[in-house]
Design a protein around this ligand. Structure first.
Ligand SMILES: [Zn+2]
Ligand SMILES: [Zn+2]
Length: 65
């Protein structure tokens, strides 16, 4: 897929993909290729939409990179 524009997360690098969840254009560093989503959607818990993990605890506000 070819996308023209800057990454909407870091606005610093050229976007190479778009998140299939929120549609953001993101660079390679901010794109999680295995789930075809941007890193923002990935940390929100959209890692695997096919599993429907609605029963996961939602109070996790500390994550580390
Ligand atoms: Zn980026
Ligand atoms: Zn996204």
């Amino acid at each position: 897929m070819s996308v023209t524009g800057l990454c909407q997360i870091c606005t610093n690098a050229e976007a190479e993909d778009s998140c299939r969840r929120c549609g953001k254009l993101v660079c390679d560093r901010h794109y999680e290729r295995s789930v075809e989503q941007c890193v923002e959607c990935t940390v929100e818990g959209g890692t695997d939409p096919t599993r429907g993990g609605e029963d996961l605890p939602d109070g996790v506000d500390t994550y580390r990179f």
